[in-house]
Ligand binder design. Sequence first.
Ligand code: ADP
Ligand code: MG
Length: 613
Amino acid sequence: MSRIHLLNSRLANQIAAGEVVERPASVAKEVLENSLDAGATRVEVDVESGGSKLIRIRDNGSGIPSDDMTLALARHATSKIASLEDLERVGSLGFRGEALASIGSVSKLTLTSNANEVGSEGCSAVCEGRDMEVQLKPASHPQGTTVEVRDLFFNTPARRKFLRKEKTEFNHLEEVVKRLALSRFDVGFSLRHNGKVVHNLKAAAAQTERQRRVAAVCGPAFMEQAIAIESEVPPYRLTGWVGLPTFSRSQADLQYFFVNGRVIRDRLIAHAVKQAYRDVLYHGRHPAFVLYLELDPAQVDVNVHPTKHEVRFRDGRAVHNFIFSSLHRALADVRPGQELERDPLPQHMLSTPDGMAIDTATGEIRSQSALAWGASSASRGAVSGRTYSHNATTAAQVSGQMSGYARLHGMPAAVSEEEVPPLGYALAQLKGIYILAENTHGLVVVDMHAAHERITYERLKAARADTGILSQPLLVPQSVAVSQREVGIASQHSELFERLGLAVEAGGEESLVIRQIPVLLRDSDVEQLVRDMLADLIEFGSSERIEAHMDEILSTMACHGSVRANRRLTIPEMNALLRDMEETERSGQCNHGRPTWTQMGLEELDKLFLRGR
Ligand code: ADP
Ligand code: MG
């Protein structure tokens, strides 16, 4: 081995770059965060060849004073924090003072800035050589900063090899822009790739403008099928949008979580969200959400990871609880008649007063729009946004009063519009599978087995909540080998286990004994459940596994105990089912997360028949 020597600064920076500069997307993230920290209200991103050839980001922020240009490119130099106290309540996105130095060490970087100083129109800086000496020269730039990064990894061929196809790298970079655009509605963003505009998002102040931005970033279908969240339990506040369970995804690719404006990927949060959706999501599907958590910066440590994608909460358990209960409540309320309160969306389809429909995106004529609508809603296979759509009221005006048929069957004689229940009154049964009903908006179609299954399931759960969990002693107590730590956790949570019908005791330093289990779990692998619960308790401070497993069993029971397809129901029976659905939490989806009903408004029917053209 040779003697110890100090690394030259380019090499030291290149080592640091290993942590933060993985690919073009990470460059964009660091540079954009600097723009936001500088108070920019508009940022323009220009990219060539997925970012490996060029990333140019221009902002209108505060700019960098000429005298600070050299420091801006040096490692461990930052204007954002000065003391440990600052570090403990960081308000800016950056604070490590490493990004520009790292990026500069693995690319050809030019920094041009104007801080609006007297006698200067700006200056530009390039750093070169093994010790990264900075070359400064005057330049003309409006107030703000432009960072130009060319030929990323040109001098680190090993890393350059890890870059993917241009398209893939660009997708990652676009994702970074999307996240930041969702985190700061007050800032305008534009993104161009190889000269083509990909996004142009104007600053959004009003709620409708924000929704428009979310729709532009996450797709209009998400906004059409999202519930707005607004929940506050000091010191926490949660806002944003979550997709209806029926708008689930095959991948966890539409999940945005922000903590005090910072994009976060966190296991604790992912777990809380997943738990909230547990009972309403089809197995293996992922929820979609855009959520903002705000709390006192002193309650969260952002300095736990170089890319700051992870955070640590002072009181993780309380955060978990708060997120879970906020979302759980909101999702439980998804049932017929709980129309979503919100401002009109930038809707793709506009209806005109004379009943015409115009596709605002393409200007297509009505018949084509009707076909396009049919195709998209079928491919989504979900309760579409129509259920909650705003133009439903216009259909109500047309529909006038309920059909005489419904009135014949035990309904009030004169039915005014307000008295018609959300799911209306049954008209008939189709093929022994669907109930057809009429409400003020038009036609309601209900999958009767799916609906009944959810109702039975919720009743079984309610009954369990009333009577508590029946539990039975094991003839032969079961001993489980665990770690010392797990023995400790088990005794610490003995009350929780008891409440769930489990008697779990320490059997020795490294073993637990299960003496009693819930009757419902007779045939389950209780040992594995207890192990998994302990793992949850260690990681998240809570566990719903036992409940989840019991719910699964109740759900299976509900499935068997529910009306099967092909059973004839009488009209009063059908009406009773509709009323039950309106009363039952989560009745918008069956136990497996499939929709239980859908609405076909008069307008949609009209469209199908080209009426009113
Ligand atoms: P950090 O963001 O952690 O402070 P960086 O290496 O990203 O470290 O940036 C170093 C410094 O350069 C920042 O603290 C800031 O003072 C200055 N700076 C960088 N980019 C900009 C910008 N777009 N506008 C104004 N100042 C900037
Ligand atoms: Mg920075």
